[in-house]
Ligand binder design. Structure first.
Ligand SMILES: *Cc1c(COP(=O)(O)O)cnc(C)c1O
Length: 225
């Protein structure tokens, strides 16, 4: 039981390492273990293997897992769509990073509540770089303008970069294209302090790293059997 998770983690780390070195030996890539399908026991085992950063896509699940695992020194990330009625709960959880700030409207609502509570939150602006209507996020052509607008209007939101979900496709070129678009937006934000480019999941993280991702979000490859 233990062995299979250690093996999964080792395999993922080896693949990240190979992709990272091929991209640039000085490039550093962080691994976020997406635990939305994982049990408490699985998360605990991965923690024992040295993994510290975990991500959830629902505020309720984040709250429950953070509470049960509060004695462990874990970093918790929120990666899923944030509904406005869950903003207060999320602020109170004090997550390490919100990856899914996906509109100016949400940013303004979040800013209002952060200000009222005297809190700040580290976030990434989510981009829709695959132009799939089922995906949230701002369009790459408007991204810089919206990013600057949030920086100007939302002092309690600490924007630190962008997040993207690769095109839902088996075509390498289509996936690569969506990641290249995200990297272009990320590069255009260097002068305003963007430092995190969150992209790449179980099926496409090596492509994402080849396109410059420095944070990958991996679930099923770690927790699948
Ligand atoms: C579920 C999820 C992941 C991880 O997906 P896997 O394919 O299981 O690695 C990454 N990012 C987001 C936003 C997710 O919802």
């Amino acid at each position: 039981m233990h062995a299979s998770y250690i093996r999964n983690l080792d395999l993922v780390i080896r693949k990240i390492e190979r992709a990272r070195l091929a991209y640039n030996p000085h490039h550093i890539v962080s691994l976020l273990a997406v635990s939305k399908y994982a049990t408490i026991e699985q998360i605990t085992l991965l923690h024992e293997c040295g993994q510290r950063a975990f991500g959830e896509n629902k505020v309720q699940d984040l709250k429950q897992k953070m509470h049960i695992l509060e004695s462990l020194p874990l970093q918790w990330h929120m990666i899923g769509t944030l509904q406005e009625n869950k903003i207060n709960t999320l602020i109170d959880l004090n997550p390490t990073l919100l990856h899914s700030l996906d509109s100016l409207k949400l940013a303004i609502a979040l800013q209002k509540r952060l200000e009222a509570k005297g809190k700040v939150m580290r976030t990434l602006l989510q981009l829709n770089t695959s132009f799939e209507s089922t995906k949230s996020g701002v369009s790459p052509t408007q991204a810089k303008e919206i990013y600057l607008e949030i920086l100007a209007q939302c002092p309690n939101i600490k924007l630190e970069g962008v997040m993207s979900i690769g095109a839902h496709s088996t075509d390498y070129k289509a996936i690569e294209k969506s990641f290249v678009l995200a990297k272009d937006v990320f590069d255009s934000l260097q002068d305003v302090g963007a430092k995190t480019l969150s992209m790449g999941m179980s099926e496409d993280f090596e492509i994402a790293i080849a396109c410059g991702a420095n944070l990958v979000r991996i679930g099923s490859r770690l927790f699948g059997s």
